[in-house]
Structures are given as structure tokens and as C-alpha cells.
Ligand binder design. Structure first.
Ligand code: ADP
Ligand code: MG
Length: 298
């Protein structure tokens, strides 16, 4: 089938108008510091990519943002250009109680108001080491509380979780107000999701009554296929109102940015990927800004 204008021209026009619409928006600040764990026990769904690009988008929009890398792989640290060789003050030291969060934070070159607590390979031993600590699920929560007691100007803390529901992810869930779930818009997208939702409910019942699923972010969305649209529809059907409007497209530019140690905003600031992550970050900021209002009614 042929149409009057080419799909590429349409795509470019769509990106240009989305970029223009976002150019002058002001991101609201949440009424209090918001802690969000970015989690999905499936690997390769875009957790780390989303933490990296959402954090830069939020910080470049003027919010004060902290990323806590809680995946021993340290991919978020790499992508944000943060030193994380073995022995660097890191999330491992925070969880083992030997350092405060403040002592481990490093500034990120991409945005003035972005600080990163890196993950080193040491973190791979933390699950085992923590298992004998009393109140082991609360270590990160306490560390964040201590930090926020002194640094009241923080807006958002994003935690990059490993692809499991082990003690590292539990610590993040206990520390968090929200879980943000990236879902790859492909076959089997919903597989395993009930387990994640079940875990969040259990945490809410036993360890952190405030925990909510704050958003589902559709990742690796391919506008050209029916499959992506169908899967997106299905996820929206199961989680009405939870899925963010903006899907993140599958783009080579997004996947290659980490090899330059920068986010999509450093790698291709005017492209589709930057526009999508900025739009998703803006949506999240709007949801967070309204939290105070909604919480009052619950
Ligand atoms: P997770 O943290 O859930 O394991 P990652 O963020 O590391 O997932 O992403 C898995 C892989 O997919 C990485 O190679 C990443 O570069 C790639 N990727 C993530 N998001 C996109 C996207 N929107 N388009 C293309 N590739 C992507
Ligand atoms: Mg990851």
C-alpha cells in the first residue's frame, strides 16, 4: 500500500512537534522527596536504560536527582560515566553499613543536579552478607532517611534494581514510595508480571505500607509493528491508568549511548529517543506533583 507522504517524513514531523511541545515545559517538583525503585525481575527490559535517561531528563529539567545503582553489574554507573571500579565507595558500602549514602555519591557530568551512588562488583556478595543482618530489608531505607534528614532539597531518588526479587530488590522496595516497572513491548511482556505485583503487595502488607506501583513504562516500542501496539493495548487493559502515555521507541541510538558513557541526551539530544524519555520524565513529574493531593484522600 502506498500513501501520499512517506512514513519517514511523518515520523520526523511527529518527533519535531513532540520536541517543540516539550521545549518550554516546566517540570513540577514533588511536594517531598520521592523514592522510586525501577524494577522488573526480567533482565533486558530497559530498567537501567530508563533509570539513566529519566534521571538525566529530570535533572536537566531542574530537579535535584539521585541515582542509586543497586545492580552489581553497575551498568547505570557506566552509562552515567561514573567511576565504579572495585573498592570505590558504593551501594555495597551503604548496605554493609560501613559508609553513609553521602560518602558514596559522585556528581554526574551530564547534569548539575544529578548525583550517583555507583555499584561495584562488591555488590554481588551483598545478598549473602546481608542475609545474617537483623532487619536486613531496612538497611537502604535507613540510609536514605538519614541522607534526606540533612538534604531536604532532594526531589527524586531513582534506584536501579537487579533482575531478580532478591534482597537487593527487597531493600529497594522497602526504601521506596513507588515501583516503576519498565516492560518490553513484545511477546510474553506480561509473563512474570503477576509475580512482581504479588511481591509489591506482600511488601505493602508486611514491610512498607506506602509502596505503590507508580508507573509502567513501555520500552522498546516499535511503531511499525502491530505487535507492539497490541501488546501495549493489553498492558493498558490490565493496568488502567498506570501505564505512562509515552512509550519509549526501540532505537539504535538509545542502545549505543552507554558505550559513550552518556545518556541519550548526551548522545542524540534532538532525536526521537531524547524526546520520548523527556516526555516520560515529564509525565512522571506530573504524577509525583499530584501525590500530595491524592494521598490526602486515601
Ligand atoms: P535491564 O536493565 O532491564 O536489564 P537494559 O536497560 O540494560 O535492561 O537494556 C537491555 C538492552 O536493551 C541493552 O543492551 C540496552 O542498550 C537495550 N535497550 C534498552 N532500551 C532500548 C531501546 N529503547 N531501544 C533499543 N535498545 C534498547
Ligand atoms: Mg539493568
Amino acid at each position: 500500500m502506498t500513501t501520499g507522504s512517506s512514513p519517514l517524513a511523518e515520523e520526523l514531523a511527529r518527533v519535531a512537534s513532540a520536541r517543540a511541545a516539550l521545549e518550554n515545559v516546566v517540570f513540577p517538583r514533588p511536594p517531598r522527596p520521592l523514592v522510586a525503585a525501577v524494577a522488573n525481575q526480567k533482565g533486558g527490559v530497559g530498567k537501567t536504560t530508563s533509570v539513566v535517561n529519566l534521571s538525566v531528563a529530570l535533572a536537566q529539567a531542574g530537579l535535584s536527582v539521585i541515582v542509586i545503582d543497586s545492580d552489581p553489574q553497575g551498568n547505570a554507573s557506566t552509562a552515567l560515566g561514573i567511576e565504579h571500579h572495585q573498592g570505590t565507595p558504593s551501594t555495597y558500602d551503604v548496605l554493609s553499613g560501613s559508609m553513609s549514602l553521602e560518602e558514596c555519591l559522585q556528581p554526574c557530568g551530564e547534569a548539575e543536579k544529578l548525583l550517583v551512588c555507583p555499584a561495584t562488583i562488591d555488590l554481588s556478595g551483598a545478598e549473602l552478607e546481608l542475609s545474617s543482618v537483623t532487619q536486613r530489608e531496612f538497611v537502604l531505607r535507613r540510609a536514605i532517611k538519614d541522607y534526606l534528614a540533612v538534604h531536604r532539597d532532594v526531589d527524586v531518588i531513582l534506584i536501579d534494581c537487579p533482575p531478580s526479587l532478591g534482597l537487593l530488590t527487597l531493600n529497594s522496595f522497602v526504601a521506596a514510595d513507588q515501583v516503576i516497572v519498565p516492560i518490553q513491548t513484545e511477546y510474553y511482556a506480561l509473563e512474570g508480571l503477576s509475580m512482581l505485583v504479588g511481591t509489591v503487595e506482600k511488601i505493602r502488607d508486611y514491610l512498607n505500607p506506602d509502596l505503590r506501583i507508580g508507573g509502567i513504562l513501555l520500552t522498546m516500542f516499535d511503531r511499525r509493528t502491530n505487535l507492539s501496539a497490541e501488546v501495549a493495548e493489553e498492558i493498558r487493559h490490565y493496568f488502567p491508568g498506570v501505564v505512562l502515555e509515552t512509550p519509549i521507541p526501540r532505537l539504535v541510538k538509545i542502545s549505543e549511548a552507554p558505550s559513550f558513557g552518556v545518556s541519550i541526551f548526551g548522545h542524540d539530544p534532538r532525536g526521537q529517543g531524547a524526546v520520548a524519555y523527556k516526555a516520560a520524565a515529564y509525565e512522571l513529574s506530573l504524577r509525583w506533583a499530584n501525590l500530595g493531593v491524592e494521598d490526602g484522600g486515601e
